[in-house]
Design a protein around this ligand. Structure first.
Ligand code: AQP
Length: 329
């Protein structure tokens, strides 16, 4: 089976966006690929965190993977920081990359356009090279990502080709896989903004997978929409209702046409209630499993076994890279 790799960074309580755009797809893919899924905890360090929060989020991501249906007997699940090989290859790939190409990465560009370059962390500047290392360590052929990450997979491809060119065939050139539907779930309080787990403030825009059922219903019922009361998919003119349709469609597998028919005479109130029902049903199942997994030492065991398996592959790759560069192994 071909190797596919993806990750989530523990930077907040996971959202419905993370589930629909990423985890739900991982679960489907685990039967057809040799799937490696990790908790990208080193990537979480590009911003300063409270250590209790970070620790809780790391465990939450790992436990949610399993609660959503990732099977540790099929997928390899591990913590990035358990394997120093990631940072090691990240440094080597940083040396292979150019200021120009890293300056063009959207996140850094956006942040530097907003003002004071002097205070932007270097971690944010070089995190795409760490992401390249995450992928290239395992010879991953496919990388499922959200739309906003495709640029980083392009950089990974460039770095892999560059290394192969100068030092001889070493890395597999990976391909990004972007899911069509659900690739971008938007915030409920501002459908022009992505639903994000690190969103601060009153948190009305993000449904958290561990939110209680009442809160979830309330957030969906008060989601921002237009006022013409017609359930119709029109991303330009009706971004709020279209976003809710994407959520509903992703969880029920109904097409947009079917949803429009179903709610033709119902108006927004009925539709929002139906969206809340399917979200609550799905999330409740995840929460029951999560509450079992988070107790006891099962999670530790899964992460240790995952790190052993991934570590064996990563160490071999590091030896190969050192040999190619002329470093002593
Ligand atoms: N709103 C979303 N819609 C669809 N997919 C989403 N993902 C995140 N938000 C949405 C997908 O979830 C995975 C998480 O990747 P990540 O943790 O590395 O970072 P991210 O994409 O930056 O996710 P967040 O939740 O927005 O985190 P913060 O707030 O920390 O930046 C990816 O596969 C992503 O596409």
């Amino acid at each position: 089976m071909e190797l596919m790799l993806s990750a989530i960074k523990p930077t907040g309580d996971l959202t419905l966006g993370n589930y629909i755009g990423a985890i739900k797809n991982f679960v489907k893919l685990q039967d057809d690929y040799n799937l490696f899924v990790f908790v990208a905890d080193l990537h979480a360090l590009t911003v300063r965190n409270n250590k209790e929060d970070l620790n809780r989020w790391i465990k939450e991501v790992a436990a949610i993977y399993i609660a959503c249906g990732l099977d540790p007997n099929k997928a390899t699940i591990f913590n990035q920081s358990d394997l120093p090989q990631h940072a090691y290859l990240g440094y080597i790939l940083t040396c292979e990359s150019y200021m120009g190409e890293l300056s063009r990465m959207t996140q850094f560009k956006d942040k530097s356009a907003r003002g004071n370059n002097e205070s932007i962390g270097v971690g944010l500047f070089i995190y795409p090279t760490l992401m390249a290392a995450d992928i290239l360590l395992y010879d991953a052929k496919y990388v499922p990502v959200g739309e906003d990450q495709t640029q980083h997979v392009e950089l990974t491809r460039d770095l892999a080709s560059r290394f192969n060119h100068y030092y001889g065939e070493t890395f597999v050139i990976p391909k990004a896989i972007v899911a069509e539907k659900g690739a971008r779930i938007m915030a409920l309080d501002d459908p022009l903004k992505k639903m994000s787990k690190s969103e601060l403030g009153d948190n009305k825009g993000s449904i958290r997978l561990l939110d209680d059922v009442k809160t979830i219903r309330k957030k969906i019922m008060s989601a921002v929409t237009d006022s013409d009361n017609l359930v119709k998919y029109d991303i330009e003119n009706k971004p709020g209702i279209s976003n809710l349709m994407t959520i509903y469609s992703s969880l029920t597998n109904k097409s947009y046409d079917e949803i429009e028919d179903e709610f033709r005479d119902g108006g927004y109130g009925n539709f929002k209630k139906a969206v809340a029902d399917v979200v609550v049903e799905e999330v409740s199942k995840i929460q029951v499993k999560f509450n079992e997994i988070i107790k006891g030492d099962y999670l530790d065991k899964v992460l240790k076994e995952g790190a052993l398996k991934a570590g064996a592959i990563a160490s071999k790759k590091i030896d190969e890279v050192k040999r190619k560069l002329g470093l002593i192994i």
